[in-house]
Write a protein that binds this ligand. Structure first.
Ligand code: ARG
Length: 400
């Protein structure tokens, strides 16, 4: 019986060439799978047809946008996930979901192999393959670009030779990955880390320096999850989509970062994540109002650990699940509204209110109505500093 192989298909040159390339090398029938994670761009039906025209035996598209928004972007938001304090995990979040869809389609179609188009230098190969090892341990993974010399030049030559219906001249100088949570762009002139990004690297946001009236938006959260914008109840997918648009217009969420890849390389990447950055800003501030101090401090560490696990390709690890259980519990009171002013590349919080907030006007005010007993502070300060004071006394004596 002919073997079958499921290919993670994007519709671009490399994965279009990969269809014939892996069919020739493995003798297997190729099933192309395109997963919609909100990357926009070409219509998925066009992409589906292209895979068939490039020789796929079957071509499948999966609309995973709601699943991506709810099960991947929302946990990242509850974790305030920013790798190296700045990168909202855009690509790192979509890989485990695509791996899950690859595993499902492989099972449905009785495929014994799965293929992806990653190189050996990036994080995405790790995320796909660790995901597949956890979800479909019997399925073999093939990576033609990494393992069988399918270089860019060879891909272009192959596409021309076979007359594949894919343009090789319209290829961008950049390697781009985009989804609902944001956009990643690397290579080309960006590899010179002193060179400022050219305007053509951006796709999700406008120049923040363009003159424009500020936009004001109120985001409502229930238990750590955004549920409405400006009093309109919306799904996570709708909320992220709308904020990408509104925050993107003001150039919010642009990140130029030299980052530490899991494989040991430092690389320079330009990210755009207008909706994600606006939401993380709002969510962080609501937590400042609603979380008890020690819970807040600990949650920051837990969120960072969660972020590093996901960046490092360990979405399917028990620690990620356990940290999420903690994060869900910690989010129980993160309910309320945050007002943001979107302008000049920044999403600035200008107001917050919560039925579960811990902010106490009586304790905070310097005006009349003060309920804080300042007399208690004196003794507190003395005892708090006592160990340091005793040690400082000793050090002074030893020095004299
Ligand atoms: N460096 C980022 C990460 O590992 C993004 C990689 C996305 N790929 C790309 N071709 N830009 O998550």
């Amino acid at each position: 019986m002919t073997q079958r192989i499921v290919l993670a298909y994007s519709g671009g040159l490399d994965t279009s060439v990969a269809i014939g390339w892996i069919a020739e090398r493995t003798g297997a029938e190729v099933i192309a799978l395109a997963v919609d994670v909100g990357q926009g761009g070409e219509d998925l039906e066009t992409i589906r047809q292209r895979a068939l025209a490039c020789g796929a035996a079957e071509s499948v598209v999966a609309d995973a946008r709601d699943e991506f928004a709810t099960d991947f972007c929302m946990p990242a938001l509850r974790a305030n996930a920013l790798y190296m304090d700045r990168y909202p995990l855009v690509s790192a979040l979509s890989r485990p979901l695509i791996a899950a869809h690859l595993a499902t389609v492989a099972k449905e179609h009785g495929a014994s192999m799965v293929a992806h188009g990653c190189t050996g230098k990036g994080n995405d190969q790790v995320r796909f393959e660790v995901g597949l090892a956890c979800l479909a341990p019997d399925v073999k993974v093939i990576a033609p670009v990494r393992d069988s010399g399918m270089t860019r030049d060879k891909a272009i030559a192959y596409a021309a030779e076979k007359g594949l219906p894919i343009s090789v001249t319209s290829r961008s100088p950049y390697s781009i990955d985009q989804n609902l949570w944001g956009r990643s762009c690397e290579t080309g002139h960006l590899e010179d880390i002193w060179e400022a990004p050219h305007d053509d690297v951006y796709g999700y946001s406008s120049d923040p320096a363009l003159p424009r009236e500020p936009d004001e938006v109120v985001v409502s959260f229930a238990e750590g999850t955004p549920v409405a914008i400006d009093d309109r109840k919306l799904s996570p997918l709708e909320i992220i989509t709308e904020l990408n648009e509104r925050a993107g217009m003001h150039g919010i969420g642009r990140v130029d970062l030299v980052e530490d890849r899991l494989v040991g390389i430092k690389s320079r990447e330009i990210y755009e994540a207008p909706g994600a950055i606006a939401l993380i800003s709002a969510h962080t501030e609501l937590e400042n109002v609603c979380l008890e101090r020690d819970l807040a401090r600990f949650k920051r560490q837990a969120g960072q650990r969660w972020t590093e696990l996901v960046y490092d390709g360990l979405w399917f690890s028990p620690l990620r699940r356990a940290l999420e259980a903690f994060m869900d519990e910690a989010s129980r009171h993160v309910t309320g509204d945050v007002r943001l002013r979107l302008h000049g590349g920044m999403a600035v919080v200008t107001g917050r209110r919560s039925p579960a907030g811990l902010y106490d006007y009586g304790l905070a005010t310097y005006d009349t109505g003060d309920s804080f007993d300042q007399g208690l502070a004196k003794g507190f300060v003395e005892l708090w500093g006592l160990p340091s004071k005793i040690a400082a006394d000793r050090d002074r004596q030893a020095a004299s």
